[in-house]
Design a protein around this ligand. Sequence first.
Ligand code: DX5
Ligand code: ZN
Length: 228
Amino acid sequence: MSRIMDIMIAPSLLASDFGRLAEAAEQSELAGAEFLHFDVMDGSFVPNLSMGPAAVKCLRPVSKAIFDVHLMIENPDQFLESFAHSGADIITVQAEACVHLQRTLAQIRKLGAKAGVALNPATPLSALDYILDDLDLILVMTVNPGFGGQEFLPQMLDKIVSVRERISRADHPIHLEVDGGISKETAGIVARAGANVLVAGTAIFGCWDGIASGIRTVREAAIDGMKT
Ligand code: DX5
Ligand code: ZN
């Protein structure tokens, strides 16, 4: 039995001003965000392009946060080394993009990073069968990946509950991360369902009151949700 239940916030740089990434990284850390989430897109697995290992490398000296790299790319194996050497602490691959998923996860750990797997909304939980031992993080996508600012899919709540059950049976700690449409309206219900790492882009970098306020608002909503 193993649980990691402290709420951690992972601001998604995808929603930040790409001309001021360093500032976004610094402000997030100063405001207490434990993670910094990098959305990597290849224009093939998802219909959008974003950033690569260079962004991770350039931001590494300005932040001590846990660098949480979410690869929404085909054939991620070819870039694992590059992201690990650039300073990624966690590398998460999409289960749908991996032919030899167990090997990919083992390779991530061999490179010295924590290994994560992300499940698209329509991907069944059976994708986790036989790989729990190889995982440090499970990312439940609460939107279809590709873009920030999409609406949270409420049907993912049952999935979060089921993933939390599986994690509670594991004999090592595994984070349960959620990504997509997380805001003050949804943070409470995902935390109550069992998520402990909340990715938020628009709710943080689009917050009218600033990044720190966005982080505080999401965290407070999550903690409130766990109390009810
Ligand atoms: C979606 C990305 C998310 C995205 C979340 O493909 O994986 O990390 O940036 O953005 P918001 O919080 O705006 O839904
Ligand atoms: Zn993401």
